[in-house]
Structure formats: C-alpha cells, structure tokens
Design a protein around this ligand. Structure first.
Ligand code: GDP
Ligand code: IMO
Ligand code: MG
Length: 428
C-alpha cells in the first residue's frame, strides 16, 4: 500500500488522530505536510492524554518515522518544547526528520499575526495568533526564512534583514509597535541550529525512497477542507492547503502515489474562529454538543462553535479531496438526543441548493434544510461491531453515508484509542 492521506473534512478538530491510531503499527512514516502549531490534536491512550500542536499525532505510534515536510511552517521553540515534553513521558522522538525547505515562524510573524487581527476589528479571522498567516505570506512573497538558512549565518542575516526592513516600517509607523532588530532574530534562530541539524534532511527524497521500497507513508493533514486557503470559506481560512492535494506539494511526492484519502468527519459539526457556518446552533442543543463533546480548542482553549451535521459539506470534501473512506468520529456524543437533524441541502434566497455554493455571499445566506432522524439512549462507548450499535444509530450512519459521497469505513464511539467500530479496513 503506497501513500495514504488523512484530511479533515469539515472545519477542523474532527479527531484526525483517531484514524492515524487505527492504522497504527502498519505505518512506517507519518508526515505532517501543512500548517504549523495552529493545529491541536488531543490523543487519548489508556489513561494518558497527549496534546500535540506541531508534531503529527502519529509520533505516538511506536516505531513510526515522523516527518515534518516542506509545506509546514515551524516555530522552532515550540518544536523543541513538544519534543522535550514527549521525551519526558517516555515517547521516543529520536527518528524525527525535518525538511530543509520548511519555513520558519519568527517573533515578527507572531507579532504581525496579532496586530493585524487587532486592526481588523469586527472583521477579524479569529486566528490562533501563532504567526501562521504572516509566515506563509513571506513564503509566497519570497522573503521567507527556511530551515536550511539557519546553517549559514551570513545568508540568514541577509534574509532576515530583507524581510524585516519592510516589516519594521509597518510595525512602527502603522501599528505603533517597537522595531525588531535583525540581531535578536538571528541570535534566537542560531541558538537552535546545532540541535536542529541532525534532524534536517531532504525529506522529499527520503519519502520517495521509502515509497519505492514499499513502505507505508501516512500524510496527516492539519486543519481541514473548509479552512483550506483555496477551497475553504475564504477569507475565514488558514493560510495553507489542508486538502489532499496539499500532501503532494507539501511533501514533494508525486500525486499519483496517493491511493487512499481518508476524510474525517464528526457526527456533527464544529468550528473555531470567525466565518460562515450554516448549521450553527445558538440554543441548548448547541450547548449540549459543546459540553458533551468537550468542544474547546486544544490550541487556544476557545469554546468551539457547534452545529448539526452538514451533508453538502461532506459531499464537497469528498469531491475536493477524492475521499475514498470517511471515518466518522464522536457518534457517542449524540446519545441522548430525541431527534437528530441533518442538513441535506440549503435554501439560498428561497432557492433550494444541493451543493456548497461557490459564491461566498450565497454561502453566508445559506439556510440549512434539515431532515430529522430519531435518536437513541444507549451508551455506545463499549460497542465494537456495527451490528451492535442501536438500530437508530446504525440508520443515522447509513443515512449520512448515502448523502456524503463516500463510504463510512469506521466510527468513533469514544475518546480512547480503541473506541472505534471498523466496517472496512483502511489499508487493504
Ligand atoms: P484534530 O484536530 O482533528 O486532531 O482533533 P482534536 O484533537 O482537536 O479534537 C478531537 C477531540 O475529540 C479530541 O479531544 C479527541 O480525544 C476526541 N475524540 C476523537 N474521537 C472521538 C470519539 O469518537 N468520541 C469522543 N467522545 N471523542 C473523540
Ligand atoms: P486542527 O489541525 C480548528 C482556524 C482558526 C482561525 C483560522 C485561521 O486542530 O484541526 P490560523 O492561526 O491558522 O491563521 O487561523 O483557522 N484554525 C483551526 N480551527 N482546528 C485547527 O487545527 C485549526 N487551525 C486553524 O481558529 O479561524
Ligand atoms: Mg484540533
């Protein structure tokens, strides 16, 4: 089995680590290909809970080689903090590989992220404030700092100078902040260089060789389809390609290598930050999902916005990513609801629309058209076979499968690693 991609099919926090865990020991490499420490993955193993941001959640699987590839933006301090915290808990992180071409988040990127948000006022994106947008902006603007620059002080200084020159004008004259000196940035980055050096490599080449040798390479997307800079709810998105295509550009493997695309969907919907969200709930049902599903951001602790399952969004994700399998998480959270509405289409200015509208204004006006399904009261967390789920829970999954454009191959029934019902093998 060659390359497998896991992506979020909604607005993030679908529980992407669940699918990674399911593949477990059959994976040789796990690759983070987009985003940075804006991601937040909570993984529960036995009585241990891990919160990861920059590192892929597959790092917790013994024997796997974790890779941070070129498409990622790296806050080096966060990288070492996470590595140290995992090491202290007995996780072997010694095999981590970091791409020489990945871009570096610096102090000025974090500062710019925060001040630009403040200046946007009511129109703010609600970013995680980790410097993600400004770092990708520098990359596209060709004034970014890459990991390989840390190994040549002369080059590093020139690049930081070029990048800071403009930014200091902006920081001082527009945003009323202090200027940042080239020395403070260069000294900070150089202080990590020697610790970083052994991890840094040509990850595109290594992944190519691994695939040639028949290894299983899992690409773990951060964020999600609706937060993708091209295909999401722009401008309320992150600044990277979180969709399956991003796995190829973000790692340097050929797209033809990808044979399986696993889309992760929650049995309902959540979103953190601003932007349209047609099925959002503002009543006690929304509060029910938030408290029962513990919907609070892993990265910023913000309460997540909650709403019902949106089938047009799942269908859109299936199409944009070429989803071969869905993993539905958190079905257990719906236990206890009398009826469970599912959005099957939208009404846009009085007209029924089956697909996610291409016009952002239409999407802002989209009113969900719901179909209601009967709920169940049985606890699902110990269920391991589809046939043992309550009939109404089975019907809910089957109805969603029929609407969502791909088969539902596994179903999450609790936060624990083993709390999953498998219907189809994800590697065969
Ligand atoms: P990610 O960003 O996609 O990696 O997801 P997060 O870690 O941000 O959020 C998913 C949360 O749901 C985590 O706290 C998981 O432990 C939890 N989770 C995952 N699958 C299930 C499930 O099937 N049931 C329940 N109750 N919780 C789950
Ligand atoms: P995981 O990988 C949910 C959201 C932010 C904000 C927007 C832009 O845990 O699913 P950014 O800091 O990236 O510039 O913020 O994107 N966002 C996420 N929402 N889960 C995430 O990651 C997210 N990463 C970014 O809340 O609305
Ligand atoms: Mg998350």
């Amino acid at each position: 089995m060659p390359a497998i991609v896991i992506i979020g099919a909604q607005w993030g926090d679908e529980g992407k680590g669940k699918a990674t865990d399911l593949l477990g020991s059959r994976i040789d490499y796990v690759v983070k290909f987009n985003g940075g420490n804006n991601a937040g993955h909570t993984v529960v193993i036995g009585d241990q809970k891990y919160a990861l941001h920059l590192l892929p959640s597959g790092i917790l699987t013994e024997g796997v080689i974790p890779v941070i590839s070129n498409g990622v933006v790296i806050d080096i301090e966060v990288l070492f903090d996470e590595l140290e915290a995992l090491t202290a808990r007995g996780v072997d992180v010694s095999r981590l590989k970091v791409s020489a071409n990945a871009h570096v988040i610096t102090h000025y990127h974090r500062t710019l992220d925060k001040v630009t948000e403040r200046f946007l006022g009511k129109k703010q994106i609600g970013t995680t404030g980790r410097g993600i947008g400004p770092t990708y902006a520098d990359k596209i603007n060709r004034v970014g700092i890459r990991i390989q620059d840390l190994f040549d002080e002369n080059i590093l200084r020139q690049k930081v100078e070029a990048s800071l020159n403009q930014k200091n004008h902006l920081l001082v004259k527009i945003y009323n902040r202090r200027a940042i000196t080239v020395d403070e940035i260069v000294d900070n980055l150089l202080s990590y260089a020697e610790r970083l050096r052994p991890m840094v490599t040509d990850t595109a080449l290594e992944l190519h060789q691994a695939l040639e040798a028949g290894k299983v390479v899992l690409f773990e997307g951060g964020q999600a389809t609706m937060l993708d800079v091209d295909h999401g709810t722009y401008p309320y998105v992150t600044s990277s390609n979180a969709t399956a295509g991003g796995a190829a550009t973000g790692s340097g493997i050929g797209p033809g290598r990808i044979e399986r695309v696993i889309g992760i969907v929650k049995a309902y919907t959540t979103r953190v930050g601003s932007g349209p969200f047609p099925t959002e709930l503002f009543d006690e049902s929304g509060e029910f999902l938030r408290s029962k599903g513990f919907e609070f951001g892993t990265t910023t602790g913000r309460p997540r916005r909650t709403g019902w399952y949106d089938a047009p969004i799942a269908r859109y994700s299936a199409r944009i990513n070429g989803v071969t399998d869905f993993v539905m998480t958190k079905l257990d959270v719906l236990t206890g609801l009398k009826v469970i509405p599912v959005c099957v289409a939208y009404s846009v200015d009085g007209v029924r629309v089956e697909e996610v509208p291409v016009s952002q204004s239409d999407f802002h006006h989209a009113v969900p058209i719901y179909e209601e399904f009967p709920g169940w009261t049985e606890d699902l967390t110990e269920v391991r076979h589809f046939d043992d789920l309550p009939k109404n829970a089975q019907d809910y999954v089957l109805a969603i499968e029929a609407m969502s454009g791909s088969r539902v191959s596994a179903i999450g029934v609790g936060p624990g690693r083993d709390a999953i019902v498998v219907r189809h093998d994800l590697i065969d």
